[in-house]
Design a protein around this ligand. Structure first.
Ligand SMILES: [Zn+2]
Length: 251
């Protein structure tokens, strides 16, 4: 289920472009003369404003939405009631700065996903999918892979993913692959924190959607033989329009 707290922590979107990201994402600083679009996000309609040209250049979804003759173009307003505010914050950071921040454990971070920063990033992948933004999606995969290379996938995260993410998607595949690998570690319950692991697993099993193949993979995996799935995140990238990553060099 959705545990987005829907707090409107709207970023200041009247930012200047960061010089480093400018060339990466190919936008002229003349975007500043572009009209401003209002975007209302989530059930509480958190209000964002952003430059129209930037939205159109970064996202084919917004390019379609704001095309000549569309209602959104006439009103200069886009409503996204089903999307998550914290994920939209990350979208704004990406389109203005071209950056995805790594997940870090915060002080007193006692969340059921392992870090407060994890679920917004998972939701950002879903948003990037909706907005048709392959490069951003791949950068989000890299940040998630970096985290799950160190920390196990918690049952609560799997619970969110089985309820909200398309089973055929690369995110779904990555999370399931890594979860199965993590489960094959006898220390899993301890690593996730005994009670939290037990409660999360109970909730997950109650959904009736725990994929059976995950269980068999976990039982049959020998961690000495098989690398962590997230070690090579390109397996979970999309490269329909972007340049394919170079395979890791063999040592
Ligand atoms: Zn790749």
């Amino acid at each position: 289920m959705d545990d987005d707290t829907e707090i409107c922590t709207v970023l200041n979107t009247t930012l200047t472009l960061d010089g480093e990201s400018d060339s990466d994402i190919g936008v002229s600083t003349s975007f500043a003369i572009s009209p401003i679009i209002t975007i209302l996000v989530g059930r509480k309609k958190c209000k964002y404003t952003a430059h129209k040209i930037l939205l159109q250049l970064r996202s084919p979804f917004f390019a379609r939405c704001l095309a000549v003759g569309m209602k959104e173009a006439l009103t200069s307003m886009v409503e996204l009631p089903e999307d998550h505010v914290q994920a939209f914050d990350l979208f704004i950071t990406w389109i203005y700065h071209g950056k995805v921040r790594s997940i870090e454990k915060e002080k007193d971070d006692d969340t059921k996903h392992g870090s407060k920063q994890l679920l917004p990033l998972v939701q950002a992948w879903v948003l990037a999918d909706k907005f048709d933004m392959e490069v951003w999606q791949n950068k989000v995969i890299d940040a998630l892979a970096k985290w799950w290379n160190e920390v196990p996938v918690y049952p609560a995260t799997i619970n969110w993913v089985v309820s909200n993410v398309d089973e055929a998607s690369m995110l779904f595949k990555m999370v399931m692959d890594q979860f199965a690998w993590d489960l094959s570690d006898a220390r899993y319950r301890v690593l996730v924190g005994g009670t939290r692991a037990a409660e999360g697993m109970k909730e997950l099993l109650a959904t009736g959607r725990f994929p059976e193949q995950v269980l068999w993979y976990a039982i049959e995996t020998d961690q000495d033989e098989v690398d962590r799935p997230v070690k090579f995140p390109c397996k979970y990238h999309l490269h329909h329009r972007s340049v394919k990553c170079q395979p890791p060099q063999k040592k």
